[in-house]
Design a protein. Structure first.
Length: 520
């Protein structure tokens, strides 16, 4: 790196040079963080290219944003702007920059082995180990350790610690404002990326996606959750350049509509999709179901437009493949649940706002013997008798997560049957706003569910929690206890219990941590 070279040569940069370098820091340096990596990604010789590329990116981004917003685009001539040409210009600029990042790119073919120790008197046995073996050793370290403990040891270790083969996961959720040039430079350097996480990225655009997807052809997982500008235009390049893509998350992207489903349907290996709180419709889901070779998991929760029609189409084409299904039940009837119950491999079923479901759905769920996660939120038409019947057989003994929040008809008898059926294996249990539950249920949960890690009892105004003093002994794995809106709980009892269990976090009536409240 330039700073290292100046120090080695005994040259101290002038104040003017330092100021100039600081002014260009955003363009010249790349902060690469997967738990805190910092690396110089460009030399001063590439500064001019960076500046010109950023200018091109800004022009193209501005044009693309105006195009999406429907705003008129000012043209310097009467001819239409050559959008394809601009993309080509950006690609060429980025490629030119990437070729100059010689000081930051780690040679994939172990060129760092040429670094020899000048004075053999300082050699250790470890210094004679081949780089291939050292990389294997380093692969057992977490990324944070690679950055903070391994890389500072020596030049050889620094190069090996940043070797592309050790960085198969690139998590840039921490910096949603990273410039397009720096983003492309990072991905260029890490050519072995399998998982790319870009949640909340601001102003994701076609220009940068068209470039960096060329440098991560092996990626299988892409997370674009809550990227406000993500649309079909950007997704096209992931499908074009990332042929091994298996999982994509576009949760909360309000521009993701049925057009995006048409694009994603062209992915040959895509199996896992998360469209939670997007704006797709039955048509989009049906198109995916008919064109993808297999859908293993699908999240379409928070989408009220989904009806029985698309669920039936999904089951028709992917009955043998489907394992995880998260859906919004606002428009769904028992017909959808009966169809899903015919899928032999379903392990997870979550339905929110299932106000149209009846006990007919509960009878269908009894057939789903591989379920490990079940959520039926706001099941106002589900009866206590239906719940007792659901858990009276051995079909749901594998459940580890159960959420029956807002099922107002749930009584103690049903909870006791649940505990008898799968209480020993439950790790997460949510019974929020099941207002008819009393102390008997809570006592049985504490005394039986020894594997529980999360227990949420929000809004249970009839419970006293006298059994909670046994939590340290009976529930050693519990780390979260939510007692919001439980007005009869003895707060001092909870605080005394917490003194015996330091790893437990508990929330009081107002949603505040019990530990920060003084004893009264």
């Amino acid at each position: 790196m330039q700073a290292d070279n100046e120090s080695d040569n005994g040259n101290v940069p002038t104040q003017e040079e330092s100021c100039r370098r600081d002014a260009k820091e955003e363009d010249i340096h790349v902060r690469l963080l997967t738990d805190g990596v910092y690396s110089s990604a460009m030399t001063d010789s590439s500064a001019d290219s960076v500046s010109s590329t950023d200018f091109s990116l800004r022009d193209l981004n501005s044009h693309h944003e105006k195009k999406k917003a429907g705003a008129p685009i000012i043209k310097e001539t009467e001819e239409e702007v050559d959008y394809t040409h601009l993309v080509s210009v950006v690609e060429n600029d980025i490629k030119d920059i990437s070729s100059r990042i010689s000081s930051a790119v780690i040679d994939f073919h172990f060129s760092c082995q040429e670094e020899t120790i000048m004075n053999e008197t300082y050699c250790t046995h470890f210094d004679f180990i081949p780089n291939e073996i050292i990389l294997k050793i380093f692969s057992y370290f977490e990324t944070l350790d690679l950055c903070r403990r391994i890389s500072p040891v020596c030049k050889r270790w620094r190069k090996l610690a940043y070797h592309a083969s050790l960085w198969t996961v690139l998590d840039l959720n921490w910096n949603p404002h990273l410039s397009s040039v720096n983003l492309c430079s990072i991905i260029k350097r890490l050519g072995c990326i399998r998982k790319l996480l870009l949640q909340n990225r601001q102003f994701l655009n076609v220009s940068e996606v068209s470039v960096f997807t060329q440098f991560c052809p092996l990626v299988t997982v892409v997370d674009l959750g809550f990227c406000s500008t993500c649309s079909a235009d950007e997704l096209k390049y992931f499908i074009l350049n990332c042929q091994h893509l298996e999982r994509i998350n576009v949760e909360g992207c309000h521009l993701v509509a049925d057009e995006c489903c048409e694009v994603l349907a062209k992915a040959k290996k895509l199996k896992h999709l998360n469209f939670s709180h997007c704006i797709i419709t039955d048509a989009g889901v049906s198109h995916l179901a008919k064109n993808l070779s297999q859908i293993v998991s699908l999240n379409i929760d928070g989408i009220e437009r989904i009806s029985d029609k698309s669920i039936l189409t999904l089951v028709e084409h992917h009955c043998e493949h489907l394992k995880w299904l998260d859906i919004d039940g606002a428009e769904l009837t028992d017909q959808s649940i009966e169809a899903v119950s015919s899928c032999p491999g379903v392990e997870r079923l979550t339905v929110s706002f299932c106000e149209l479901l009846t006990d007919v759905s509960l009878k269908a769920i009894k057939k789903m013997t591989k379920l490990t996660c079940l959520s039926l939120r706001k099941g106002t038409e589900l009866t206590n008798e239906g719940m007792v019947d659901l858990f009276s057989t051995d079909g749901l003994t594998s459940l580890t997560r159960l959420d029956l929040s807002d099922c107002g008809n749930l009584r103690d008898s049903a909870v006791l049957q649940i505990i008898k059926c799968c209480g020993k294996k439950l790790q997460q249990l949510q019974l929020c706003w099941c207002c008819s539950l009393q102390e008997e249920s809570i006592t049985a949960i504490v005394d039986t569910c020894s594997s529980l890690e999360t227990l949420k009892l929000v809004g249970l105004h009839k419970i006293f929690g006298k059994c909670f003093d046994r939590i340290p002994k009976c529930m050693p794995k519990l780390t979260l206890l939510d007692l919001q809106q439980c007005n009869k709980i003895n707060d001092n009892l909870i605080r005394e219990m917490l003194c015996k269990k330091s790893d437990l976090k508990a929330f009081d009536y107002y949603g505040e941590d019990f530990r920060i409240q003084p004893l009264t």
